[in-house]
Design a protein around this ligand. Structure first.
Ligand SMILES: Cc1ncc(COP(=O)(O)O)c(C=O)c1O
Length: 377
């Protein structure tokens, strides 16, 4: 296994090809795909315009170790639509968050990092609690106020909608208060938009909340299915990055022209999309799934079902979910040709390539099976 989340017992299906909302395994069994490679494929598999653009770019060469036009065009479109002063392209969400945190430590000259319990930012050391990294519960402003009052933390890194412990929404006013407290205590606010960026609309989630974070990270959707990620933010901080400043960060593959071409074409297509359609598809899935009697959390294009009673507003609530029951649901869905996340803490995604009938058929089935599993437990 090249990423542990892909494993499920007794062994995972090996996939061969994908088109639109569907994928086929090596035995040619077809699945309606609601995993979508853990989030990037908001246009579905192999969208024609993106495939064509990638093919044309590869013909010209794969890497030059020099700047290319695509990366500038991609950068301009991304920074304009996300209102960022300066950005730096890297390859994965792990890299983007790691360097954003390193940069925050460099800029503030502080050592500690605050994260949210259950938040995931990749498998670098700052993601795990230690004598450097501490965590607080999501949706609790008092916990953040208390821990930041000592002014020891370089940054707080936060997913604006949690997506790695199931979907958990910020309560009204929470993110705005987080912004206030971080500003008051000189703590940089890093908003991790690796999942949420360009998912709920053609903008990052923080723009919906009219927030101006200090630093931001993107990956998944912005790479159009190829490895591409971004960190960026306020000019005062970003100009510290070499070559303009003294903060060391480099990468052989950074701004790879093929990835930049895929990302650019994907963002262009998304800029023309009507996201209310994706919201309608999601609302339909949520309505059907809620009929199971279980807790369902959602945002446009992403949702989760929790095998637990009561609201899920932080990681401790989410951990109460009966994980083995979710896995039974996954197995039943897989057998009937519906591909969802194998673990409760990963998000179920919907794309622009899905249609009403597909969503209705899949989520009616999932809801009925979830109800049976829950009642029989
Ligand atoms: C919110 C968030 N941040 C960072 C990452 C790490 O991204 P990558 O897997 O591209 O390294 C992920 C991956 O799922 C994520 O969901």
């Amino acid at each position: 296994m090249n990423s542990p989340v892909r494993f499920y017992p007794p062994y995972p299906r090996f996939m061969k090809r994908g088109k639109g909302s569907r994928i086929w395994d090596v035995d040619e069994k077809e699945y309606l795909d609601f995993l979508l490679a853990y989030g990037p494929l908001i246009l579905g598999h192999s969208p024609e315009r993106v495939v064509k653009r990638v093919a044309e770019t590869i013909e010209m060469g794969t890497l030059f170790g020099a700047p290319t036009e695509q990366e500038v065009q991609f950068g301009e479109l991304l920074s304009r639509s996300s209102s960022l002063d300066m950005i730096r392209l890297v390859n994965t969400g792990t890299e983007a968050t790691m360097h954003a945190i390193r940069l925050a430590k460099h800029f503030t000259n502080r050592k500690k990092v605050l994260k949210i319990n259950g938040g995931y930012h990749g498998t670098h050391t700052f993601n795990f609690t230690s004598d450097i990294t501490e965590s607080v519960e999501f949706n609790s402003i008092d916990a953040i106020k208390k821990i930041l009052s000592g002014k020891e933390f370089a940054c707080l890194i936060i997913e604006p909608v949690m997506g790695n412990i199931g979907v958990i929404n910020p309560e009204p006013g929470y993110l705005e208060e987080v912004r206030e407290v971080t500003e008051e205590t000189g703590t940089l606010m890093i908003v991790d938009e690796v999942i949420t960026g360009y998912r709920t609309g053609f903008f990052p989630f923080y723009a919906r909340k009219k927030l101006a974070p200090d630093l931001v990270t993107f990956a998944k959707i912005v790479g159009g299915g190829l490895p591409l990620a971004v960190y960026g933010g306020r000019e005062e901080i970003m100009k510290e990055v070499r070559p303009s400043g003294t903060f060391p960060q480099a990468g052989t593959y950074s701004g790879n022209p093929v990835s930049a071409a895929a990302g650019l074409e994907t963002l262009k297509i998304l800029s023309e999309k009507d996201y209310s359609h994706l919201k309608d598809l999601t609302d339909l899935a949520v309505k059907l799934l809620s009929e199971s009697g279980l807790t369902v959390n959602s945002q446009t294009g992403m949702l989760s079902v929790f095998f637990t009673e009561g609201p899920v507003r932080n990681a401790s609530d989410a951990q109460r979910t009966r994980k083995e029951l979710y896995f039974s649901l996954f197995e039943r869905a897989l057998r009937s040709g519906i591909y969802i996340a194998p673990s409760f803490d990963e998000t179920i995604f919907i794309s622009f390539a899905h249609n009403n009938e597909e969503v209705e058929k899949a989520f009616q089935f999932i809801s009925e099976e979830a109800r049976k599993i829950w009642k029989g437990s």
